[in-house]
Design a protein. Structure first.
Length: 235
């Protein structure tokens, strides 16, 4: 993505915000992504399914965008521009961090006790409170650590992420996404070691994890699948 195109789009978006609603801004969103259609009708930049020859990830979401200059990176200044074009892919919004409430001092402070209370016999410390139950992330795992990835007709898009949590956040950012499949492979990734994140409309189980690789890469290597995990979004 060219920096000049991003700056131009950002300026246009800022100028239009004074007099127009976000959906009515007159600008070409293709310029943001170097001419690539990143809307749903083009599978958010990845029209070739990940199990097909010639497949390429459509986007990258993570903390190292400079490592993937050939991919639309959903990170940084571009995330302030994309909301003006709600029909294209959007930057995920990470879950908010839990609030931290400071301890409030009592006022006035309690008066000192004199003479000091006896320290014997000592009182045992109170038992620690029971651990709080873990808070779910809104997903249920449907399969784990398979050597096959999901292959289904309700395919939405696929791209690269740093972590499984990033893959789920990508699914949350796409309205029609209901299932995320994270796995390691080499198909169309130019040797990248990152996770592949493949998204679908409906939930799937291990029965649809039939993409076991086998696609020959430009360097002669053969694609493989490992550590494939399925994540069903809770309704």
């Amino acid at each position: 993505m060219k920096l000049s195109a991003l700056v131009t789009a950002a300026i246009a978006a800022s100028a239009a915000s004074v007099a127009a609603a976000p959906a009515t801004i007159e600008a070409d969103p293709l310029a943001i992504f170097g001419g690539v259609d990143m809307s749903a009708k083009n599978f958010y930049g990845a029209p070739i399914r990940p199990w097909q020859p010639g497949a390429k990830p459509g986007w990258y979401y993570g903390n190292f965008p400079w490592l993937f200059p050939w991919l639309p990176c959903l990170h940084g200044p571009i995330c302030t521009v994309l909301p003006w074009f709600p029909w294209v892919i959007q930057c995920p919004k990470p879950p908010p961090k839990p609030p931290v409430f400071p301890g409030w001092p009592t006022w006035p402070p309690p008066p000192p006790q004199w003479p000091p209370p006896p320290s014997w016999p000592p009182h045992p410390p109170p038992p620690p409170p029971p651990p709080k139950p873990p808070v779910g992330d809104g997903y249920t795992q449907t399969f784990k650590n398979l050597t096959g990835a999901t292959q289904a007709g309700d395919y939405v898009t696929f791209g690269l992420v740093d972590t499984v949590a990033d893959c789920k956040e990508m699914c949350n950012s796409i309205p029609e996404c209901g299932f995320a499949n994270s796995y390691y492979d080499v198909n169309g990734k130019d040797g990248s070691p990152l996770l592949t994140c493949s998204l679908y409309k409906s939930c799937h189980n291990a029965d649809t994890a039939t993409n076991t690789g086998g696609q020959t890469q430009p360097n002669g290597s053969v694609n493989y699948i490992r550590d494939s995990n399925g994540w069903c979004k809770k309704k």
